[in-house]
Design a protein around this ligand. Structure first.
Ligand code: NAP
Length: 285
């Protein structure tokens, strides 16, 4: 039976450190880190994620505010909102929920966000830093959650073979660069990878992030595999599940993250840590 990498304690540690640092900033400067959440439309997943960010922000002392926009907001109004938030000295971090509707050109928008307030690493400037191996960038939180979990439970990643099944800009590509920074040997897989089970079964750590409920059965792993399940899906019974078929896989592999209770909560905690770091840097600038 696998070791279950429950992230509750890791999340509590991250949050405790963030809370203490925010209390110090409040005591020294009377300033609370400010987060602007920019939502377009009424996607229930966005609204539920937004509620959980607000709850955690309240607990930690981040001043979070939601900017909810109609689904048909014109590009000019959206860019005007971004320009206002870029200028607002009480906003230290800006989170834009994606995907955006077609009238909002993401390829233009990603250039308009102030890189200092870019807490999810979407601006070309910050991504360029990330791909050049610079470490002072605010890392994209999903990828950083995977790296934090690996380092916390597995230990140093030097020489480790990691297979990532995802090549998106949200997960796979930035994560590959961050794992290279940790001296891992990285393979990026996708829907055209030949013999995916052979590639994943040969890795020490497999990051499953394809967005398909229970896709990865035991044939993708071996008894020494550590499995990080990034997927968030509803199965046919409406239950929240990952990309990995948990029961058969957890009885085979060495370690596995559960869904829920694995990557997701670390991701949310790191988002608030990024708001804090952005605030600290803006106060020093
Ligand atoms: P995405 O843009 O749709 O990317 C999915 C990736 O999976 C693509 O690279 C795709 O390959 C690959 N893929 C799909 N089917 C495959 C198959 N049968 N075999 C091999 N590769 C396959 O999705 P995303 O935005 O990166 O998100 C991926 C998942 O992560 C989703 O479930 C999302 O909900 C979850 N997520 C979780 C968190 C969290 O906090 N836990 C945060 C963010 C995202 P191609 O490129 O060839 O199409």
């Amino acid at each position: 039976m696998a070791e279950i990498w429950q992230t509750k304690e890791l999340v509590a540690e991250i949050k405790a450190r963030v809370k203490a640092d925010i209390e110090n900033i409040m005591a020294a400067k009377g300033i609370a880190p400010g987060l602007a959440i920019v939502r377009v439309g009424e996607n229930p997943d966005d609204i539920s994620y937004e509620r959980s960010i607000i709850r955690s922000s309240d607990q930690l002392g981040v001043k979070a505010r939601v900017y909810a926009n109609p689904a048909d907001i014109p590009m000019a109004d959206f860019t005007a909102l971004l320009a206002r938030l870029n200028q607002d000295s009480e906003v230290h971090g800006i989170l834009i929920f994606r995907p955006l509707p077609p009238q909002l050109d993401y390829d233009v928008i990603k250039h308009l966000l102030n890189p200092a307030k870019d807490i999810d690493c979407i601006t070309p400037e910050n991504l360029a830093k990330l791909f050049q191996g610079e470490r002072d960038v605010l890392f994209p939180t999903t990828s950083e959650a995977v790296v934090e979990i690996c380092k916390h439970f597995h230990g140093p990643l030097t020489g480790c073979e990691v297979a990532i099944v995802n090549r998106s800009m949200v997960v796979g590509r930035p994560l590959a660069m961050m794992l290279l920074n940790e001296n891992a040997t990285v393979t990026i897989c996708h829907s055209k990878t030949r013999d995916l089970p052979a590639v994943t079964a040969a890795a020490d750590i497999v990051v499953a992030a394809i967005g398909k409920a229970n896709f990865f059965g035991a044939e993708y792993f071996n008894s020494e595999s550590s499995v990080i399940d990034v997927g968030i899906n509803l199965d046919s019974a409406g239950k929240l599940v990952g990309d990995v078929d948990y029961e058969p896989v957890s009885s085979l592999v060495k370690a596995i993250t559960p869904v829920p209770g694995g990557v997701g909560p670390v991701n949310s905690a790191l988002l608030l840590r990024n708001v804090l770091t952005a605030c600290q840097r803006q106060l020093q600038a």
